[in-house]
Design a binder for this molecule. Structure first.
Ligand SMILES: [Fe+2]
Length: 401
């Protein structure tokens, strides 16, 4: 056991949580990926969650395992640590082999990055990827990326997997200039669940269970300045979580300022924060007193608030609202729909066709976004890209029939 950091965990777990490929996309928590395994819908759907983020702004990323005819389907890859694979082995004993791995997004780097390693862990599984998969900074063929082309198919172009268990439909494609946005959704008929990637999120005020394994990111962001030590309380966890959500949603929240460097340094390297875990007391943020006002739009107090992810709302869909509206209509028409399972934040979330209609009504009856407040940074970014011709005027350009 290791108790030196205030946390208790088995030392031998560290090797089971190792992710050697982390330098490919150097996100927190780097080479050590703790995984939370959960059954979401009894005997039908399971989830593996890991944290991914920058400067402790880390939100859960999910691999969803779905029971299909004859075995299991993995939806959205995650780094296959020993810990994850051990749980997968016991699932396979009970429910059959992993038949397929689905990468349902063309653009979501945090989902793409672990497909090669996951495909090597399941050498007999068929791989299905989103149309228009692209790599950055160079657009390379699949085999160069470590994705074996001899067992890889493209969704829709080469057919669709598990059609007896699933219905598939697409959000996009849209031309983002730098690459394509497209995500493929899956309706699992038996559990009545819709699986999405980034387009919809459901966020709750309660921090996700995954932080039980290590609440450091929450405690780090719950403070007002770098000299405050990281103290683990329920209130600190909730406060830190709310701020993480604001960062992850708006990149630079409106009620945040960057203090002068002298202020940051004056509060750094103090006793109690002189450790890598506390980033040596370097905390370059200052929150306005009314920062919690921004949470109303983002998170539900008792249950997750379902919404389009703000980054996508402002950077992907401002000129393609119709595509989003049509996609929501398709969801509203799924008979018997009961659950929403996104690749981030809470899952499963109760979600029926009326909820989808209400969400559409809410989104399309008021201004799409604003130029001010929390939206200001994303708004400026989109305007800059648009003005400089990076983003095309018509995001459907090249995709029209
Ligand atoms: Fe994502």
């Amino acid at each position: 056991m290791n108790k030196s950091s205030g946390l208790t965990y088995r030392k031998d777990y560290i090797s089971e949580q190792r992710w050697p490929w982390w330098p490919l996309l150097p996100l927190y928590p780097y080479g050590r990926r703790r995984t939370l395994f959960k059954e979401l819908i009894p005997d039908q759907i399971w989830s593996f969650e890991q944290l991914q983020g920058l400067y402790y702004v880390a939100v859960p990323v999910r691999l969803t395992v779905v029971k299909v005819a004859g075995g299991l389907m993995l939806f959205n890859p995650l780094p296959p640590t020993t810990e994850l694979l051990e749980n997968m082995t016991s699932l396979q004993k009970d429910y059959g082999p992993v038949l397929s791995i689905i990468l349902p997004t063309a653009s979501g780097l945090e989902h793409k990055i672990s497909l090669p390693a996951l495909s090597r862990a399941f050498p007999r599984a068929e791989l299905w990827v989103s149309p228009g998969l692209w790599s950055f900074p160079f657009d390379l063929p699949l085999d160069f990326l470590g994705i074996p082309s001899n067992r890889t198919k493209t969704l829709f172009k080469d057919g669709l997997p598990h059609e007896d268990s699933c219905t598939w439909f697409s959000l996009g494609p849209l031309n983002l200039g730098l690459g394509r946005f497209q995500e493929i959704s899956c309706f699992h008929k038996l559990s009545k669940s819709i699986l999405v990637t980034d387009a919809l999120v459901g966020i709750q005020a309660e921090p996700p269970d995954l932080f039980e394994l290590d609440p450091t990111p929450l405690l780090f962001h719950s403070r007002e300045k770098g000299s405050e030590p990281l103290i683990d309380t329920i209130q600190a966890r909730k406060k830190g979580w709310a701020r993480l959500v604001l960062f992850a949603s708006y990149l630079r929240p409106g009620k945040l300022s960057i203090p002068p460097i002298e202020f940051v340094l004056r509060n750094a390297f103090r006793s109690g924060v002189r450790s890598p875990r506390a980033h040596f007391g370097i905390y370059p943020f200052s929150w306005n007193e009314d920062w919690q006002e921004s949470l109303k739009e983002l998170m539900g107090e008792k249950s997750p608030l379902i919404n389009i992810a703000p980054v996508l709302k402002r950077l992907v869909f401002p000129r393609a609202k119709d595509s989003f509206s049509k996609w929501l209509d398709q969801i509203s028409n799924l008979k018997g729909l009961r659950w929403l399972i996104p690749a981030h934040y809470s899952a499963p979330i109760a979600f029926n066709p009326s909820d989808a209609k209400r969400l559409k009504q809410k989104l399309f009856s008021s201004a799409w976004t604003s130029e001010k407040g929390d939206w200001s940074f994303l708004d400026g970014l989109d305007r800059f890209l648009f003005k400089n011709g990076v983003v095309p005027k018509d995001p459907l350009e090249g995709f029209k029939d």
